[in-house]
Structure formats: structure tokens, C-alpha cells
Design a protein around this ligand. Sequence first.
Ligand SMILES: Nc1ncnc2c1ncn2[C@@H]1O[C@H](COP(=O)(O)OP(=O)(O)OP(=O)(O)O)[C@@H](O)[C@H]1O
Ligand SMILES: [Mg+2]
Length: 211
Amino acid sequence: MKPARHAMVVAGTDTGVGKTVFAAALVRALGADYWKPIQAGLEGPTDSEHVAELAAADGDRVVPERYRLTTPVSPHLAAEVEGIEIGVEALQLPAGDNSLVVELAGGLMVPLTRSVLQVDLVASWRVPVVLVARTTLGTINHALLSLEAMRARGIEVLGVAFVGDENGDSEITIAELGKVKRLGRLPFVDPLTGDALAAEFESNFVIEDFK
Ligand SMILES: Nc1ncnc2c1ncn2[C@@H]1O[C@H](COP(=O)(O)OP(=O)(O)OP(=O)(O)O)[C@@H](O)[C@H]1O
Ligand SMILES: [Mg+2]
């Protein structure tokens, strides 16, 4: 039997924590493909477009979204508003030989339908997760809750990738109380270019942690 494709999920403790930017750095460092299964909100550059640019990944390496929803709200509601039914069976990992980085929509407990949470979809994929967490106040609570939700479903967690300014105590506390590896911290990159992002990823993360 063909071995399963090497894949990992980039999950966030919340929406807007820096998943797309971190995923772009990871995609570039691994030479991986990228997939955002559900994009809710099509104003401005989508996450796929952002990653294609930051990771200098050509069209072939960015797998098209399975659901492109116009309304920038939770997928379950965007789908309802647009008269679409999100089918979990339609969200299986795309086949391929290259490594795949999958970015979730918002946080783990986001509903995809009135009866399915995103974290349950992740559990069905049986691939490990990198949890992206911000470093600002509130992150310990969000990160520990996210870890608990994943552990309760038997999801393998590779570790936590922090995004933002240094906050040593929060990072150490999450790693200790959450019994999880601190993979590194991506600082804010300004101006945000693919090359500057790649340099920060290389100095702050160990690529073997993701292989
Ligand atoms: N390391 C970084 N350096 C500079 N800007 C960043 C960094 N991380 C995130 N940002 C900026 O913060 C904003 C939110 O980041 P991002 O889009 O990656 O979040 P997200 O978790 O993917 O959000 P969503 O839940 O909408 O997918 C964006 O404007 C992004 O450019
Ligand atoms: Mg994103």
C-alpha cells in the first residue's frame, strides 16, 4: 500500500494569530504544498494568495480551496448564508507526493456545520498539528484549551509556534502546563517579505521538528 502523504495541520488558538504567515514560512522551508480547505471571506488577498506570494510557491504547490465562501464569518454560518452545505466527506486530504501544510479556518472549535467542529475533521485526518499561538495576554488560556481539545480527540501535537513579541513567561508556562514542545517564536517581520520571513523562520525554528 502507498504510504500516506506527509502532512501537517497549522491550527491557531484563534483567528488572526498569524497562521497564514507562519504556514508560508513553513511551506517555503519544507518546499511543501499548501492547502486552505475552507476560505471564508474573499475580500483582499486570500490566505492561498498570501502564501503563494510569501513562500514563492507556484500555482501547482497551492492546492485550490475546497470551499470558497464570500462571507467573512465562521464557516458554518457563511455556508448557511450562501446556501451551501459543507460536506465533511468532501474535505479529505488531497492526494500527492509532496509534503502538505494545511491551514485551518480560525480556531479549532470553529463549527463547519451545525453538528461538526473543525477539530473533529482534524482528528479524522490523523495527521499532526502545529498550534500557532500569539504571545500577548490571554494566550495561556487559549493555548491550553486548544491543547486539551486536541488531546481529548487523540490528535498528535508537534508543538506550539508562537508569533509576536517575546513573552518568555507565557511561552514557558504553555510548554510546561500544556506538556508540549515550544517549537520557536516568529517575531513580527516588518516589512513582511518572503525573504525576511524565511530568514526569521530559519533563525528561530529547527526544520527537523517538522519532518
Ligand atoms: N510574523 C508576522 N510578521 C508580520 N506580520 C504578521 C506576522 N504574523 C501575522 N502578521 C499579520 O497579522 C495579520 C494576521 O495574520 P494571519 O493572516 O497570518 O492570521 P491567521 O491566523 O492566518 O488568520 P485567519 O484566521 O484569518 O486565517 C496579517 O495582517 C498578517 O500579515
Ligand atoms: Mg489565515
